[in-house]
Design a protein around this ligand. Structure first.
Ligand SMILES: *[C@@H]1O[C@H](CO)[C@@H](O)[C@H](O)[C@H]1NC(C)=O
Ligand SMILES: *[C@@H]1O[C@H](CO)[C@@H](O)[C@H](O)[C@H]1NC(C)=O
Length: 383
């Protein structure tokens, strides 16, 4: 080989090595409430060789950077379960609706509605419980290849300092209510979920509650509700995002929430939610449902084809109604709130500002003008 060719090869190799290194490290840092989250910190990044090793690395108490460059399928790893569940009253469309597992007697305690019937259900057992994560973890995907199929993640019991970036969680018994949650947080602090995708999930794509989950940022994720088993019988997922922790600060920035029909998100407990620059698209039911104890600032969001942007407000809700009204945000949030935009959608409302003092002294995400272009930068394979 000529010397010049060797030189060219050498530089090509070093470019590839640099690109690889870039893809196998956390990109950027958390905006908003979970700022300062370091995950696995300086731990060397490594790729688990199997589903079993992935489980070990996620659950142990060692600080880790875990890189997924392929799909890890938990389907059938815990067998299947056949038992009595129900067809709830909401399922008026049979096989294209969502039936239910009788989790916590849900089918028997009135939640399934008048006219619900018992049926036999068969589901993949792994989907119904999440992998219980230890503290100090970064879990990151390479390109759009990092997929966890058939099981979700649970961050609870005081687990802290966790980054999940560029991971697609999918296929948690989507045909069944209670089929599984993609990410469940219940008693945690400093959780940053970034550029992830959630699809074909039985229950919640993200849930925080009922313990205190403290500082959480959900940024640039894709919540893809398209499904063949819809609780509202219209190919859209009802159970998207549920935020009812007892002391939670949640930043939702830059997320693309589409083809859902409810709970996008539902809020309650004692939760301060800053929903900024998200894009809510094609929602046949409601986006926000603000229960008692929910405190929400919604600014700079796009609502496109969203039937009901705010279902009910039993808590406190500031919907950033006009540029003049929005200057009230400055004192505690450090910026004038951005107006939301609406296309073929209902109205948002919400003029309560009494709770804005809750933002005082916190790290608050910045806001840009509302834009639907977020749909091309949210989700996996975009960083
Ligand atoms: C996580 O990291 C912090 C800072 O290094 C350390 O103090 C803490 O003990 C770690 N937690 C666990 C469970 O290892
Ligand atoms: C909001 O502020 C009130 C009054 O200080 C406090 O009781 C409540 O815990 C705060 N909630 C959150 C989520 O910060």
């Amino acid at each position: 080989m000529k010397y010049s060719a060797i030189l060219a090869l050498g530089s090509a190799l070093s470019v590839n090595a640099a690109a690889l290194a870039k893809r196998t490290a956390v990109v950027g840092s958390a905006e908003g409430f979970a700022s300062g989250t370091t995950g696995g910190g300086s731990a060397a990044c490594a790729t688990p060789s199997s589903v079993a090793q992935l489980t070990t690395w996620l659950t142990d108490s060692t600080a880790r950077c875990i890189v997924l460059d392929k799909e890890y399928s938990y389907l059938t790893t815990e067998g299947t379960t056949t038992e009595t569940g129900c067809r709830p009253a909401s399922n008026t469309c049979g096989s294209s609706g969502q039936d239910a597992i009788n989790h916590a007697s849900w089918c028997d305690n009135g939640n399934a509605g008048t006219g619900s019937t018992s049926i036999s259900v068969t589901y993949d057992t792994a989907g119904t419980s999440g992998i219980v994560m230890g503290s100090n973890k970064s879990l990151i995907g390479v390109g759009s290849k990092g997929v966890i199929r058939g099981k979700g993640l649970r961050i609870a019991n005081g687990a802290k300092n966790i980054i999940i970036q560029n991971i697609h969680i999918t296929e948690l018994n989507p045909q069944y209510i209670w089929g599984g949650d993609a990410i469940a947080v219940d008693g945690a602090d400093q959780v940053w979920i970034d550029h992830c995708k959630f699809s074909l999930i039985g229950r919640q794509m993200f849930v925080a509650g009922t313990g205190a989950s403290n500082r959480v940022t959900l940024s640039y994720n894709e919540f893809d509700g398209a499904t063949s088993w819809s609780a509202t019988c219209d190919n859209r997922h009802y159970w998207a995002i549920y935020l009812t922790g007892s002391s939670d600060l949640i930043t939702m920035k830059g997320n693309y929430v589409h083809h859902t029909s409810g709970r996008s998100p539902k809020i309650g407990g004692n939760s301060l939610v800053h929903a900024v620059n998200n894009y809510f698209y094609s929602n046949s039911g409601h986006a926000f449902d603000n229960g008692a104890g929910g405190m929400v600032v919604a600014e700079g969001n796009v609502f496109q084809n969203v039937d009901t942007p705010l279902l009910e407000n039993l808590g406190s809700f500031f919907g950033s109604p006009s540029t003049s009204a929005n200057s009230v945000c400055s004192t505690n949030m450090g910026h004038t709130c951005q107006v939301n935009t609406f296309g073929s959608s209902g109205t948002l409302g919400g003029t309560d500002t009494s709770f804005l003092t809750n933002f005082s002294g916190k790290t608050v995400a910045t806001a840009s003008a509302a834009s639907s272009s977020i749909s091309s930068s949210a989700g996996v394979g975009k960083i």
